[in-house]
Each structure stands twice: as C-alpha cells, then as structure tokens.
Design a protein around this ligand. Structure first.
Ligand code: FMN
Length: 257
C-alpha cells in the first residue's frame, strides 16, 4: 500500500452517481435486496426474512433474496478482495463483483440476522468486509451507494429495556454510523426484535442474566404474535420512512464516523 486516497477531497476517479449506474437495471426506486444470515432454513430469522421479502413485494418492490449460507458465501477475506489503495477501480474476485452488482442494484437493503455477542454474525460481517469495498462503498466524493436505504433487522433473545438499550446503542454506532452512513446511504436504522427465544432472557444492572423457563401454550402464542407483529410494523415503517437530511449530510461524501 503506497498511498491512501480515501481522504482525497475531490473525486478524481470515475465514480458514478447511483442514479446513473448501469448496474441498476430494475425499475427505478423499486429494487430491494434482502440479506439473510442464518445457518438454518427453519429458523425464526429465516422466517422473518421471508416475511419481510413478502412485505416488500406487496409494497411493489422487486426483491432479490440473498441467503448467505444457502448461496455458500465465503466470509473470509482473500488477497483478491483486499482493497488496493492505488486503485479504486480495482476488479475484485468474481464472487465479490457479483455481490457488488446486487448491492448496487438495490434501492432498499434489509439485512436479517440474529444478534450474536451484541453484533452481527460473522458471515454477514464478512459480506460487508469483502463486498462493501474500496471504490464501491467508500473512497469517492460522490458515493456510489448514495440514495439507498438500509434496515438492520436484528433478532435478540433479550427481553428487558436495559439490555435492549445497550444492544441498540452498540448497533447504532457500528451499523448505522460505521457502515451505512459512512458508505453514503441516505437512511439507516436498526430494527431490534426482542424476545426471539422461548426462554426469556433478563438482565440485572450488575450484568447477571436470568433465563426464564420456556413459554408454553397461550403465553408462547402471545409472545410470538407480538414478535411477528413487531417485525411487520418495523418493516412497514422502514418502507415508508424518509431520510433525515441532517444525518445524511453529516456522513456523506467520504465523511468519517
Ligand atoms: C453465539 C450466540 C451469541 C448470542 N448473543 C446474543 C446477544 O449478544 N444478545 C442477544 O440478545 N441474544 C444473543 N443470542 C441469542 C440469539 O440472538 C437468539 O438465539 C436468536 O435471535 C434466535 O433466533 P433464531 O432462532 O433464528 O436463531 C446469541 C445466540 C448465540 C448462538
């Protein structure tokens, strides 16, 4: 790495504004990418992603469903996909270039995943590390991902407000600010879906976790009715949300978190 052009004030490359991008060949403004990060196809996460995709379709979006596990995405960084700071027009690996096209085509991106250790699963992190690469997601004064909107739909076993506030603020910094706004997205939000497990998880302020007995019968039905309702409302609100100007202006054009 001989020079780093990430802080260059002017775009001296061939950075294309999103609206002029030939890779966005669907109906303008109506393409959604739903990214699923779960190893089981019968998981609550996968089901929630399927429902989100259906909601987007009902709202008139063409949906590209990307299941990182089923498609065999390799989250490990390779030499081919390392950023080359001298060349933001670098051609990355075939796998990464195809994922870049899918990301570029999307107007809305919805990532659906379980919270693992107050963060995203490694396979989703690897997708961001490799695909949201130099020249595409950062390094240009006119971000190629500008105009897009992002929902991070996160399933959490936590139940109480204390734990949820902690998770929400951690994800806000890392995902909204550190990834999406840094990459020029117009809008990004974390939709936290608590109570994803039959065993409710509660925390005390000193960090002790209590795991309740599994909910059964009517109580279990009500728990999951509320869970699915919250997921539906979160996706509906995201579909109709507009970008707050102040946030996008703050992070756009290569701004750093
Ligand atoms: C490795 C691992 C780490 C986890 N870490 C957290 C965590 O930090 N916070 C949390 O609320 N839940 C955590 N969980 C619980 C998962 O979020 C929960 O099992 C998941 O949302 C349930 O959805 P699923 O059935 O689709 O996997 C963790 C689970 C695993 C397996």
């Amino acid at each position: 790495m001989t020079s780093d052009t990430r802080d260059a004030p002017e775009d001296i490359g061939v950075g294309r504004a999103a609206e002029n991008d030939p890779d966005r060949n669907g109906e303008a403004g109506r393409n959604a990418l739903v990214v699923v990060a779960h190893h089981r196809t019968d998981s609550l996460t996968t089901y929630t992603a399927r429902r989100a995709a259906e909601q987007l379709q009902e709202a008139g979006y063409h949906v590209d469903e990307l299941n990182l596990y089923s498609e065999g995405f390799d989250p490990r960084m390779t030499v081919e996909d390392e950023p080359d700071w001298d060349n933001r027009e670098k051609t990355y690996s075939v796998e990464v270039e195809s994922h870049m096209k899918r990301l570029l085509k999307a107007d809305l991106v919805v990532a659906v995943f379980p919270i693992w250790w107050v963060h995203i699963p490694a396979i989703l992190k690897g997708w961001i590390d490799r695909v949201w690469n130099y020249g595409l997601a950062y390094g240009r004064s006119q971000p190629r991902l500008a105009g897009k909107r992002m929902l991070w739909l996160a399933l959490s076993s936590a139940t109480d407000d204390f734990a949820l506030d902690f998770i929400r603020s951690a994800l806000d910094v890392s995902l909204n600010q550190g990834v999406a706004y840094y990459s020029g997205f117009d809008f990004s939000t974390v939709g936290l879906l608590p109570d994803s497990e039959e065993h409710r998880h509660r925390f005390t302020k000193d960090g002790t976790m209590y795991i309740d007995a599994a909910s059964i019968g009517a109580e279990r039905d009500e728990q999951y009715r509320q869970f699915h309702q919250r997921a539906k409302t979160t996706v509906d609100e995201f579909i109709t949300a507009t970008a707050p100007e102040a946030v996008s202006a703050q992070f756009r054009a290569g701004g750093r978190p």
